[in-house]
Design a protein around this ligand. Sequence first.
Ligand code: GP9
Ligand code: MN
Length: 423
Amino acid sequence: NEDDLSEIVNYTKRKNAEPNPETFGIAKDKNIIKIHLESLQSWMIGYEHNGEEVTPFLNELAKGNGDFKYYPNFYHQTGQGKTADAELILDNSIYGLAEGSAFSLKGDNHYQALPSILNQQRNYTSAVFHGDYKTFWNRDQVYKRFGVDRFYDAEFYDMTGDNIENLGLLDKPFFEESMSYLKDLKEPYYAHFLTLTHHYPFSLSEDEATIDRGDTGDNTVDGYIQTARYMDEAVKDFVSDLKEEGMYDDSVIVIYSDHYGISENHNRAMEEIQGHEITPEVNQDNQRVPFYIKVPGMDGEVVEDVAGQVDVMPTLMHLQGINTKEYIMFGTDLFSDQHKEMVIMRNGEVITDQYQIIGNEVFDRETNEKIEETEKTKAIKKQAEIELELSDKLIYGDLFRFYDQNGFEKVDTSQYMYSPNEY
Ligand code: GP9
Ligand code: MN
């Protein structure tokens, strides 16, 4: 087991990307606001339904001419743990499990997660906001392991009457009610907002809908249009509230989505909507999810680099001026010259700037043309297998337990209490 740990540390050290001196530490001690867009796939950005943009706010941000950088070739890397996998990956830069969710199965593990690192290194307060009950995905247990100081779950919100849709609180009242809690947090803070309305089966009442449903006849795909619009409006309102409250300009703001919302079971309707056949390589393209980041002092732009969810944590750490070499992370800083344009999906598929690797087949990423496997593509596939295996060993062996070369202090879970009487 200790051998496994040194193998993992050697691997992640070798992969680590040196910080870019121009961005290293540029956002030290700035508030970080992270917005989780439930189930939004990148093909929706710019998509029009009956000549109308579905997500006009997110489309505008994606142009790169404002404050946000937008990554059109950013992929989710989640597996069966869905939302929980996305949370795990973004805050730990490790992979979820091949089967089941690490949140549910490995909630007792030790982690070296971003909330605790920011607290130890920079004295941040961390908080998660979500309009569902705290036991969902075992969050109340795992967040303690991550060092999340405050968890504003459904108990903190008005969960009555028209406020509820599908799994929980509608996104608009969710963001509105969250604002007073956010203002309460000690600065600098790392605040994470998880939306919920744009979630399978994508139901929405007539009163809340501001665009027509799709007309493919597939309930999931048709509803997806309406709930995506609703979420877009909710995020737009929240961002303007942040501006009004003076909480926007000086904050790092990350907006990302967790995973696909429309599975391969809906390929017929997807073919109708996208106007082409959903082959495996097109399906892989559809695993792109929106990723945006605004950093005070950095300009907006559209960044075409291939990137994935594991890359977010090292990026945020380097923005803080925290060296990452001694941390076990599988991703690389998006702003580093050494950022690795290689995304490993949980099912072993790989995307690089040049290739899409699916099983033993290789495709050109830009054209989706099938190309020959080469020694190079075989080596990429092999590296992906090794990386997933190392991440699995790390989680199954609970190996963070033994790792303190970076000075990380073990999280004392007894310090964290998630209930409205606590704060
Ligand atoms: C539930 C929400 C949905 O709290 O986060 O999770 P998902 O079903 O997408 O994993
Ligand atoms: Mn989700």
